[in-house]
Write a protein that binds this ligand. Structure first.
Ligand code: ADP
Length: 493
């Protein structure tokens, strides 16, 4: 099989189930597994953070091989090791260095709530180690796929310092952008940490208004840039969504080196019929009243969290989100009072910006009989919210792909989303959900009210929409096939 011949090294700062902050982790783990299932030789490199070590220990995953590495850095030679494990068939190389990775957080210092001050050094070490790991394990990939700014130095190194080594020569590189607004920007004084020659610190290289910009370097130096939806691939070429890199992305697109592939869903994990976190499972089988279980889950969820006698004619609107500006909370705060006064239920699970956490807690206190707010990161609870909700809200200012609208369709929770990025590519207005265009509280309110009205007054139509959404198929199979086609083209180019 031709697929077997393609060797792919994925370099990432997160991967499920070992380390997760956001959607990047889901994509790295699930896509890797799907490509493996399709016969590709795929290996994933991630840092061996404390949470990774904990996971391995708890799940008794054995370290199959271990090799020492020495990485030349500006501060001296950093020593570490690469541990090889196998998870679900896929080979992972874990880069172990206690100084850089044995910490409570992945990117953020839990005490100061700021990014670690040595982020550039940590990920310089990691990117170099990932390339070294391939050599140590004698795995010469056809393609290296890096993810977001943390691993953007990989395509830069392949085209500069590493290209003189025959092992790395002619390896193709892909940068997968999950979110262009996090770019890894550092003061010019830190440029020497990368070990790159100053000749690359130019407007056509890694320089960005006098600063070092890793994502920019990744875009410029990679052979192909992929982002996680077709609409987002177009959006990032505009001033509104390009975060200052629109010139670079436009240029890449003009060379046919920028494309979008919508993420998939792991339906082993996100499927109400087999969801390990739900006591009551459900599907669309009305005859067996299976779908009635969704109602029971909602009722139980509300009661368990202190809403003693919920009015089941009123919908539950759910949200699961990082609490950051991107996700549309400014709109939500303007309309939530009006909605709650109409008697609907609202639940949110999230963690992030302190101001948002405080405002959300205040909503919970003001409407204890209607609003359930959970501040934190809680995977089982996220599954319960998907199952219990009638409506799922994603009013994002921008959304590269978004995963929760895909999960919610499967869980019969109708998505209400803004017309942007992957939300625009996956939700069909009036068929599987509701879409609003302008980033305004008025439009959000009008659209949410349409959804509430349909739920309350047109039961048959509502069920039709739920059913259409539940029957959508956004499995990784479709997305992985597109990646495979890309790898084949790139390998042969
Ligand atoms: P982003 O990567 O911008 O955070 P995505 O929709 O692509 O957004 O992916 C977010 C992923 O993280 C989803 O799987 C979502 O369910 C999960 N998630 C976000 N916040 C939480 C939370 N507080 N608890 C559990 N899971 C969460």
């Amino acid at each position: 099989m031709a697929n077997e011949k393609i060797k792919l090294l994925v370099v990432a700062s997160e991967s499920v189930p070992f380390a997760k902050v956001g959607g990047l982790a889901d994509v790295v783990g699930a896509l890797g597994k799907e490509l493996f299932n399709k016969g590709m030789d795929v290996r994933i490199v991630i840092p061996e953070y404390t949470c990774v070590q904990d996971y391995i220990k708890e799940n008794q995953i054995s370290i199959l091989n271990s090799h020492e590495i020495s990485i030349p850095l500006e501060s001296g030679t950093a020593k570490g090791k690469v541990d090889e494990i196998n998870y679900d068939g896929v080979t992972y190389y874990l880069i172990d260095n206690p100084h850089y990775f044995k910490r409570d957080g992945i990117y953020i210092d839990s005490k100061t709530k700021n990014d670690y001050s040595d982020s550039l050094e940590r990920f310089t070490f990691f990117c170099k180690s990932a390339l070294e790991a391939a050599k140590i394990f004698d795995f010469r990939p056809d393609i290296v796929q890096s993810n977001d700014w943390q691993t953007s130095l990989v395509p830069v190194y392949l085209k500069t310092v590493y290209k003189v080594d025959p092992f790395y020569k002619s390896i193709k590189s892909i940068l997968l952008i999950h979110n262009l607004s996090y770019q890894g920007i550092f003061p010019v004084e830190q440029f020497t940490i990368t070990g790159l020659d100053w000749k690359y610190f130019t407007v056509n290289g890694l320089e960005y208004y006098g600063h070092l910009n890793l994502m920019k370097g990744g875009i410029v130096f990679s052979d192909t840039v992929v982002t996680v939806s077709e609409t987002y691939a177009r959006e990032i070429q505009t001033a509104e969504y390009g975060n200052g890199l629109e010139g670079i992305t436009k240029n890449k697109a003009a060379q046919n080196k920028l494309l979008g592939i919508v993420n998939g869903v792991n339906y082993q994990e996100w499927n109400p019929q087999i969801d390990i976190y739900l006591k009551q499972k459900y599907n669309l089988n009305y005859q067996l009243s299976s779908f009635e279980n969704k109602k029971k889950i909602k009722e139980l969820f509300l009661k368990e969290h202190g809403i003693v006698a919920p009015n089941m004619r009123k919908p539950l609107i759910g949200m699961i989100s990082r609490l950051v500006d991107q996700k549309g909370f400014d709109l939500l705060f303007e309309i939530i009072d009006g909605l709650l006064k109409d008697g609907i239920y609202f639940t949110l699970l999230g963690t992030g910006k302190y101001e948002y956490e405080t405002r959300l807690k205040a909503i919970k206190e003001k409407y204890p009989e209607q609003a359930l707010v959970f501040i934190g990161f809680d995977i089982p609870l996220s599954h319960h919210i998907e199952a219990a909700s009638d409506i799922f809200l994603l009013p994002s200012r921008y959304e590269p792909c978004g995963l929760n609208q895909l999960y919610s369709m499967k869980y019969g929770s109708v998505p209400v989303v803004r017309n942007t990025g992957g939300l625009a590519d996956t939700v069909k207005d009036g068929k599987t959900g509701f879409i609003f265009n302008d980033y305004s509280p008025e439009e959000l309110l009008i659209t949410l009210k349409k959804a509430v009205e349909l739920y309350e007054n047109s039961h048959e139509k509502w069920l039709k929409m739920v059913e259409t959404g539940m029957n959508e198929n956004w499995s990784w199979d479709r997305a992985a096939q597109k990646y495979l086609d890309l790898y084949k083209t790139l390998k042969d180019s």
